[in-house]
Design a protein around this ligand. Structure first.
Ligand code: DLL
Length: 437
């Protein structure tokens, strides 16, 4: 089923006309209401009325996360506080978060886009959908909740954590769809097994809607295998909306972007130059319909590739490749660029290790050192030291063949690395600290 055929299957020319009309409205809206944007426009001598094509906004400077932080909490809002009905905040471990706000109209649009996205993945009104994203400032819980309600699914607002209870609810309520971060889904499978529940046979979960963090194709296969479900990915970010920006259909060949609400660009992260379809770069979004917190050319730091080829499902919206990393995720180890997703792919292809890992980066003298902590799977874990040494060696060699750096590999006992009900923290970079690991 297609939730909003009119917009999801639009002829491209018509879509671009709609985008342009909405872009013009948004530019007027922010120019008149947000001094920050007015200054940006004035700095390049652009008036909203000058914009005649979608490409014309390319003269405008980008908006960055720092710009949003500098205007904490409400400096970039385009409506007075009385018109807001909800705020959320982006994830971030240090300092002040970025606060985002929604008018009633914004919330209605958001709900509709999430309904569109869950329908894309295959959720219907017959489903029992357990939301194991945190309900709070994070956009995951509430965002998914209302969209799922709108398609008529029976929503179980379990929120994150309380993992044994999550499994109990799945058993007792007959949950058919799980919504969480991919790492939490893996952890929940582990908890279920510990409780003597086999997620493949004893539960009815058939579909997973995962997102909120990067995860590899290998991780998808692992989740599908452990749960006996289809695992789909959805992408979004608070600054732009929350979940609902883009999601996969059943063909899992890229995420359909809600292009009628967001103008997407791909840029070279170094030079800021626009790149074409098929070229990998950083995603940049401009909102086209948001009222409370519009964003103009927001740099996401997320790396992807766009295609505008039509999809087998019949939708015509642009698709983006799964985001496997961020420009600020990239580690530079002795001059070599390393993405955690590359390491995840290597580990997931090695038999005998579990999908739980942690990366410690330290400095010895002037030299960077990468240490990869990997849990061995329970089946592999025994006291035969030789076997474990061999496994360590195998991982080290595989990592070397992919990254061209020698990492220190340390196998650790099953269930010893920290688990989270939210987004995983993989990288611990101690290079600028006095202490080692
Ligand atoms: O994570 C919104 C969301 C919630 C999306 C639930 C999907 C499901 P933030 O907390 O603001 O918002 O974090 C946004 O998380 O810029 C990406 O780096 C990363 N991210 C989100 N979804 C994905 C994904 C939510 N599917 C930041 N794949 C983004 C890779 C993702 N990275």
């Amino acid at each position: 089923m297609i939730w909003d055929k009119t917009h999801e299957c639009m002829d491209r020319e018509q879509l671009q006309q709609l985008q342009l009309a909405r872009l013009k409205e948004t530019l007027h809206w922010v120019y008149e209401r947000v001094p920050f944007y007015r200054e940006k426009f004035d700095s390049v001598g652009l008036r909203p009325g000058d914009v005649k094509s979608l490409e014309d906004i390319r003269v405008l400077p980008f908006t960055t996360k720092d710009d949003l932080r500098d205007n904490y909490p409400f400096g970039l809002f385009a409506v007075p506080k009385e018109e807001l009905v909800r705020v959320h905040a982006s994830s971030g471990t240090t300092g002040k978060p970025v606060v985002v706000g929604y008018t009633a109209e914004d919330l209605d649009m958001w709900t509709d886009l999430v309904a569109r996205m869950v329908t894309l993945a295959g959720v219907t009104s017959r489903d029992v959908a357990q939301v194991a994203f945190g309900y709070g400032l994070f956009t995951g819980g509430f965002g998914l909740h209302y969209g799922l309600e709108r398609v008529g699914a029976m929503v179980v607002p379990a929120s994150g954590g309380n993992s044994e209870k999550q499994i109990m609810l799945m058993q007792d309520f007959g949950t058919t769809v799980l919504i969480s971060t991919p790492t939490y889904a893996l952890y929940l499978a582990e908890v279920a097994r510990k409780m003597g529940v086999d997620p493949r046979c004893d539960l009815q979960v058939r579909l997973g809607l995962f997102g909120g963090e990067p995860w590899t194709e290998e991780m998808r296969q692992e989740i599908e295998q452990q749960w006996g479900m289809k695992a789909t990915d959805n992408y979004g970010l608070s600054e732009v909306l929350g979940p609902g920006v883009a999601g996969e259909c059943k063909y899992t060949c890229g995420h359909h972007i809600a292009e009628d609400h967001f103008l997407v660009e791909v840029i070279d992260p170094e030079t800021g130059e626009n790149l074409g379809p098929g070229e990998e770069g950083e995603l940049v979004f401009t909102s086209l319909t948001k009222k409370a917190f519009p964003v103009i050319r927001f740099r996401t730091k997320d790396i992807s590739v766009i295609t505008r080829e039509p999809c087998k499902c019949g939708r015509t919206t642009a698709r983006m490749r799964k985001v496997t990393g961020r420009t600020d995720d990239m580690l530079i180890i002795r001059g070599v660029n390393v993405f955690p997703s590359q390491i995840e792919s290597v580990l997931m292809n090695i038999k005998g290790v579990s999908p739980h890992y942690r990366l410690n980066v330290t400095k010895r003298g002037y030299l960077d050192e990468l240490e990869v902590l990997v849990e061995v799977s329970e089946e592999t874990f025994d006291d035969r030291f030789k076997e474990l040494e061999k496994l360590e060696d195998q991982i080290r060699q595989k990592l070397y063949s992919v990254l061209s750096i020698n990492a220190r590999v340390r196998l650790v006992e099953p269930h010893t690395l920290e688990r989270t009900s939210g987004k995983a923290k993989r990288v611990y970079d101690y290079r600028n600290e006095e202490r080692g690991v």
